[in-house]
Design a protein. Structure first.
Length: 324
C-alpha cells in the first residue's frame, strides 16, 4: 500500500454515505461522519445495526463497530485528521466546487479526497483549486449499496496525480472493493452509462406495450442478470461465438446486431406516459415497503457474492494470458 489509511471522513450521510461508513468501520478505520441532517446520530446507529449482519456475512469482525464511528460537528471537524475523505453530496457542480474548496483547505495535506459523484467528472468541480490540491481529488463512484456491491469506478481528473490514483486503488482494495480505473472522463462514467442504456430501452419497451415492468424484470433476472453476474458483455459475447470466439460472433451476426442497434427505441415519456409508467411500477412493487424490498435485494446480492466466491474456490478462475 502506498500509504496508511487509519481515519476516514464521510461527508454526506444519505444512503451511500451511511453504507460507506459501515464498510470503513468494519475494516477497522476510525470514521468521522458529517451531514446537516438533524437525525444524523440516529441514522448512523440504524445503518450500523442494519448493515452489521451483511458485513459479518462477508467475514468481517463487526464487534465494536459503533465505537469506531463518530459524529462530527461539521465538515471541518470531520476532516481534520483524515487520511481519506469520501464525499457523498448532491449532484451539483456548484455545491461540489464549494465543498471541495473546503476539503482542500481543512483536510491534512496528505489526505486523499474522493467523490462518490455518479455523473459529474472531478475536473468539472476542481478548476478553481490549486494544482497541489487538484492532484489529490478524483472520483470513487460506488454502486448502491457500496458495503455489498464490490465495484468502485476510479476516475482521475485532468490534474489528478498518478500517486493519488494508486492510493485510491490501494484504499478501495483494502476495504474489500473491486476498483476499476477509467482512463478518460465522461459524464456518467461507465457503469451508469451502461445502466442508463438498458434502462432507456426498458422504458421504451414498457411504453410501447411490449411487456410489463414486472415481466421485464423477470427477463433480466432470468437471463442477462444471471449471465452478467458471472461474465461481462464482452466475455459473454466471446463465449457466444463458441470456439471461434468474438470474431466468429461478429462475422456471423454482426450485421444483424447493428440493424438492431439502429432500431433501438427512444422513449417519448410525455407527462401522461411517464405517469402511466410510474403507476405500472407501483402496481408491480408498491405492496412492499422500501425496507422490505431493499432487504430482499441485499439478501439476494449476498447469495450471489457467496456463490461466486464458492465457485472461484472450487473451480479456479480462468484469466486471459498476459502478453509479454
Amino acid at each position: 500500500m502506498t500509504r496508511p489509511f487509519r481515519t476516514a471522513a464521510v461527508i454526506g450521510a444519505g444512503t451511500i454515505g451511511l453504507s460507506w461508513t459501515a464498510l470503513f468501520a468494519a475494516h477497522g478505520l476510525t470514521v468521522r461522519v458529517s451531514d446537516p441532517r438533524e437525525d444524523l446520530a440516529e441514522a448512523v446507529t440504524d445503518a450500523l445495526t442494519q448493515y452489521a449482519p451483511h458485513l459479518a456475512a462477508r467475514g468481517l469482525d463487526v464487534t465494536g463497530l459503533a465505537d469506531r464511528v463518530h459524529i462530527a460537528a461539521d465538515v471541518t471537524d470531520a476532516v481534520r485528521d483524515a487520511d481519506v475523505v469520501q464525499e457523498n453530496g448532491p449532484e451539483r457542480v456548484e455545491f461540489k466546487q464549494g465543498l471541495f474548496a473546503t476539503l482542500a483547505r481543512e483536510a491534512p495535506a496528505h489526505a486523499l479526497l474522493l467523490s462518490s459523484s455518479s455523473a459529474i467528472p472531478s475536473t468539472a468541480f476542481t478548476n478553481e483549486l490549486a494544482d497541489e490540491d487538484a492532484a489529490r481529488v478524483l472520483i470513487g463512484h460506488p454502486f448502491n449499496p457500496p458495503h455489498l456491491v464490490p465495484l468502485v469506478e476510479v476516475v482521475p481528473g485532468e490534474r489528478t496525480g498518478a500517486d493519488a490514483v494508486q492510493a485510491a486503488l490501494d484504499f478501495y482494495t483494502a476495504v474489500g472493493r473491486t476498483p476499476v480505473v477509467e482512463r478518460k472522463e465522461i459524464p456518467g462514467f461507465v457503469g451508469n452509462r451502461l445502466q442508463n442504456a438498458l434502462s432507456r430501452e426498458a422504458v421504451y419497451l414498457v411504453e410501447q406495450g411490449v411487456v410489463t415492468p414486472e415481466d421485464l424484470d423477470k427477463v433480466v433476472t432470468n437471463s442477462l442478470g444471471l449471465r452478467w453476474a458471472t461474465v461481462g458483455p464482452f466475455l459473454g459475447s466471446h463465449l457466444g461465438g463458441g470456439p471461434g470466439g468474438y470474431r466468429h460472433l461478429v462475422e456471423h451476426i454482426g450485421a444483424s446486431m447493428q440493424d438492431m442497434w439502429d432500431g433501438l427505441g427512444r422513449p417519448a415519456q410525455t407527462p401522461d406516459q411517464q405517469e402511466r409508467l410510474i403507476e405500472a411500477v407501483e402496481k408491480a412493487y408498491g405492496s412492499c415497503t422500501y425496507p422490505e424490498l431493499a432487504e430482499t435485494r441485499d439478501r439476494k446480492q449476498l447469495a450471489v457474492l457467496d456463490a461466486l466466491a464458492d465457485a472461484g474456490r472450487t473451480t479456479g478462475t480462468a484469466t486471459p494470458k498476459e502478453e509479454n
